[in-house]
Design a protein around this ligand. Sequence first.
Ligand code: NAD
Ligand code: UDP
Ligand code: UDP
Length: 337
Amino acid sequence: MKDLVIKRILVTGGAGFLGSHLCERLVAQGHDVLCADNFYTGSRRNVAHLLDNPNFELLRHDVTFPLYVEVDEIYNLACPASPIHYQHDPVQTTKTSVHGAINMLGLAKRLGAKLLQASTSEVYGDALRHPQTEDYWGHVNPIGPRSCYDEGKRCAETLCMDYRRQHGLDVRVARIFNTYGPRMHPRDGRVISNFVMQALANEALTVYGDGSQTRCFCYVDDLIDGLIRMMNLPTPVDMPVNLGNPHEISMADTARRVIGLARSESALRFEPLPVDDPCRRCPSIARAQALLGWSPSTPLDAGLMATIAWFRRLRAAAESHMFAMSDATARTAHHQD
Ligand code: NAD
Ligand code: UDP
Ligand code: UDP
């Protein structure tokens, strides 16, 4: 703990998948963490294990409204991230990205605090250049069903850069590529959570399109390490930085990999490709390597095994809860006889 400077850190979206891991890591490092979340896609359960810790505070708050608190650093993660979640209420998604960024940047400006913005590989859209380097401006449909997320995040990046240029703020933009691991929402429709849940239930894995589209999957622990390194870099980081795992894999191969690791008997079922689904996605992480000395270290199989084990426990807990419920119902029915 030598030389540790204890900081007051705000994590918006802290009750979500990535946010809860980030809060956990920051609290473990001894910092005072304020988690602000409106529980739109996240849940209190994700941070339940932190609630008794005096260094952790949970605040129900919607970032589209102003927030007046005193902190040293802000990680702005609040935003639904899975396509079915962000397309459920697209207007709210754009508001969360844009109004949320304005409010958090306004807060950072008043306090002179550092802010790290969780951006996304979706700013590259259906990219025409591979791998994607940070100087690529992307290929985004501004009016399609994914645009509430893509354009909302692009506008948030614009705001970050303008608050830096206009007000001298220390703002850092992390472009996060597909990340997976424990605490993904089991029904958020993302490919890893879908495939693992389906494999564990021995149901067919739903591969969209012909399954040749690619993604690169970063294990959550690696990603959190990258975010914290980026925030902690003593010199300003003026340009966005890609954070992701450069190992590219097709969705059909991902499905087969999950089936094998889960020892499942599932088959594949091909379904239509969603509108504007990017064909290929792969980060260049040269900038992250040079600037942060960061690259992911968890191989896909190891990360998938940890994720499968977590979903297995989740299913077992849900089954025993249902068993207890049906047992209680049976006992109540018996008493009423
Ligand atoms: P998630 O849906 O699990 O978490 C998002 C959190 O933000 C949830 O807890 C949700 O309740 C909260 N939230 C949503 N709208 C809010 C609002 N208006 N006010 C306050 N809280 C709000 O998603 P995640 O995967 O943890 O993603 C976290 C961040 O990282 C997002 O900004 C997302 O765009 C970005 N990101 C994630 C990935 C990924 O693969 N997981 C990839 C790229 C970018
Ligand atoms: N804001 C906030 N907390 C603060 C300071 C500002 O939530 O501590 C919000 C407030 O809603 C404001 C926005 O951030 O409108 C942008 O602030 P800025 O100072 O950039 O501009 P303003 O709108 O105040 O002129
Ligand atoms: N996908 C799939 N089956 C599913 C869910 C998703 O084949 O059950 C595909 C989806 O079409 C996309 C890829 O997996 O090509 C990644 O989808 P996800 O929603 O996880 O993330 P994103 O599209 O935002 O990268």
